[in-house]
Ligand binder design. Structure first.
Ligand code: ADP
Ligand code: MG
Length: 195
């Protein structure tokens, strides 16, 4: 594979886990991943997902990542085994994800607005960064599955702009960083704009 410039805010790519040979550009890779992911969108968002289909359990979080990326990457659905410059220590991933799932249940009992629940969950799981790659797309889909489960209109992220270099991506990353620092207002505004 050729030199692969890393965009700001993205996980560096290690192509050794690629299941498909002959991928030489980011565009080719994006297309393969998008084809895989499209089927998963249909599975979870075509109709209101049931608790059985989308239980929001630890195992299911991995299953969802595997469904989204398993045709392309060997490590899909498995936690990273290295530390990145983003995300918690690798030993903390499962515990932190569990805490985030518990937060969902808590927010529900507290009557937190569903869109706010989705925005917070999206941010918390992407901040943990459980996987080598695909964390952004996985976390945004999770937020949407949560909305769908509660009969709420979905957030239609302009995915191609959010994934590639763009003003929207810069704004999105800024909103996530400011949520990292405890101010979730920008991220909530962004969710609201696309919902
Ligand atoms: N400072 C940050 N805080 C929280 N999340 C971040 C931060 N920077 C980037 N991210 C998230 O990480 C994602 C990139 O991670 P990556 O694993 O490459 O996902 P993907 O391959 O789906 O784009 C971004 O889309 C964004 O959601
Ligand atoms: Mg990436």
């Amino acid at each position: 594979m050729k030199d692969w410039p890393v965009l700001s805010g993205e996980s560096p790519l290690d192509v050794s886990g690629l299941k498909i040979r002959g991928v030489s550009t980011r565009e080719e890779l994006n297309t393969l991943e998008a084809k895989n992911i499209r089927k998963v969108y249909m599975k979870y968002l075509a109709a209101k997902p049931s608790d059985t289909l989308a239980p929001f359990s630890l195992n299911w979080l991995n299953q969802l990542h595997k469904e989204m990326f398993g045709e392309v990457w060997e490590w899909a659905g498995s936690y990273r085994t290295t530390n990145l410059n983003i995300g918690c220590d690798k030993s903390q991933i499962q515990m932190q994800l569990k805490a985030t799932i518990d937060n969902l249940a808590y927010w529900k009992t507290q009557g937190v607005d569903v869109l706010l629940q989705s925005a917070r969950f999206h941010h918390q799981v992407v901040q943990i960064h459980p996987y080598i790659n695909g964390n952004g797309r996985w976390s945004r889909l999770l937020g949407n599955i949560w909305l769908a489960k509660h009969g709420h209109p979905l957030t239609s992220w302009p995915e191609s702009n959010v994934a590639g270099e763009s003003e929207i991506r810069d704004e999105y990353l800024l909103a996530l960083k400011s949520a990292d620092d405890g101010d979730e207002s920008l991220l909530i505004k962004l969710h609201a704009r696309y919902t």
